[in-house]
Design a binder for this molecule. Structure first.
Ligand SMILES: Nc1ncnc2c1ncn2[C@@H]1O[C@H](COP(=O)(O)OP(=O)(O)O)[C@@H](O)[C@H]1O
Ligand SMILES: CC(C)(COP(=O)(O)O)[C@@H](O)C(=O)NCCC(=O)O
Length: 340
């Protein structure tokens, strides 16, 4: 702690001042919530009453002060990054001249890709949906699409074959090669790229269904493991990973104890809603007592999601461009932004 000269009261007068502790330089600029929310003043495009209603319509129970104080300035920051990337593209085209695209003229822009990482139930989907809605309001990038990495989980049959049914969400439960190729194709500027679709209802990949992404201005890729480095190939050589294609990434962070509570609360809510569907894989948990159902959810948390958070997800936090730290009530308390 830095010794404060104003604290030189008699009992301190005899103390020899300790060495002044200089904080370790960090690759991040840390901002308190108050410092971050002050940036809201500089954010054009305040929310209109109509937009507030539309955000409410997303179905997320998100406090509107939170949107104004945290996510609106974040959409401004991202808008600046998109603009800066576009300027850089101009510079690149000047450099390439006619050589760009093997003599086919200037490079067309590719979608700006944002990764959103964090634990199961930390609020990735809520953040990603909110950013999608807020970013689409900017005239420079109205077409914002969102994909979740669960579409690249192996189908249940394949998970069974690989002995991975209790490892759903762990890096090895995904077809990582296909996921990386999906984002590489987006960044290659392909006109149409498709992804498989996962259903929480059937707890499996939906056969014969594909999500089609057609060259949006911005693509948000949301998932537990989006910041995982690539696995080495069979020859032991390093390969390119998903995060290598990100233009910006956000890690949503919170204490594991708080996330566990959010996970159990969500399970409780789903039990009263989506699990009631006769086709739901989890319908069986509507037929037992709430206590029994929550015991099952707790086992899922303790044996799958928490170990995955600690072993695989949390260690990728330091790879993010921005770390958003939440308190016990989902309110953001601190933001750390990577220095340039
Ligand atoms: N900002 C927020 N305010 C209140 N509740 C939230 C907020 N963000 C997420 N939640 C709740 O926390 C739970 C987990 O959020 P979700 O976005 O589904 O997480 P993830 O996509 O990381 O699994 C959900 O029940 C959601 O409604
Ligand atoms: C589908 C998930 C693996 C998350 O996938 P993501 O979109 O983050 O890739 C996860 O929500 C999940 O279902 N985990 C299995 C354990 C559980 O049901 O909590």
């Amino acid at each position: 702690m830095i010794t404060s000269p104003t604290r030189c009261t008699p009992e301190h007068a005899t103390e020899r001042p300790g060495p002044r502790r200089v904080p370790e330089p960090s690759p991040y600029v840390d901002l308190t919530r108050a410092e971050w929310s002050a940036l809201r003043e500089r954010t054009p495009l305040p929310l209109t009453a109509e937009e507030v209603e539309r955000l409410r319509g997303l179905g997320d129970v998100i406090d509107l002060d939170e949107v104004r104080d945290v996510y609106l300035p974040l959409s401004r920051l991202l808008n600046l990054y998109v603009g800066a990337t576009s300027n850089l593209r101009g510079t690149l085209n000047t450099f390439l001249g006619d050589a760009g695209g093997n003599g086919h003229g200037a490079q067309q822009g590719t979608p700006f890709v944002i990764g959103v990482a964090g634990s199961v139930a930390v609020g990735k989907s809520t953040v990603a949906r909110l950013l999608q809605a807020l970013l689409a309001r900017w005239p420079e990038h109205p077409r914002v699409e969102r994909v979740t990495t669960d579409g690249f989980l192996y189908p249940m049959k394949e998970l069974q074959r690989r002995g991975l049914t209790s490892r759903k969400g762990f890096p090895e439960s995904y077809d990582r090669r296909a996921l990386t190729k999906f984002v590489a194709d987006i960044k290659a500027g392909k006109d149409e790229v498709t992804a498989p679709v996962y259903s929480h209802l059937i707890y499996d990949i939906v056969p014969d269904e594909r999500l089609v992404v057609r060259r949006p201005d911005i693509l948000i890729v949301e998932g537990l493991n989006v910041l995982q480095p690539a696995l080495p190939g069979k020859d032991g050589r390093t390969r390119v990973g998903l995060a290598d294609y990100f233009d910006f990434s956000v890690y949503v962070d919170a204490r594991p104890e708080d996330i566990e509570r959010w996970y159990l609360n969500r399970f409780r809510k789903l039990r009263e809603t989506a699990f009631q569907n006769p086709f739901s894989y989890f319908r069986k948990y509507t037929q037992v007592s709430e206590e029994e159902a929550l015991e099952y959810a707790q086992t899922m948390w303790r044996t799958i999601n928490k170990p995955n958070l600690l072993e695989n997800v949390a260690p990728t936090r330091g790879r993010a461009t921005l770390v958003v730290r939440k308190g016990p009530d989902h309110k953001v308390t601190k933001l750390s932004l990577r220095k340039l």
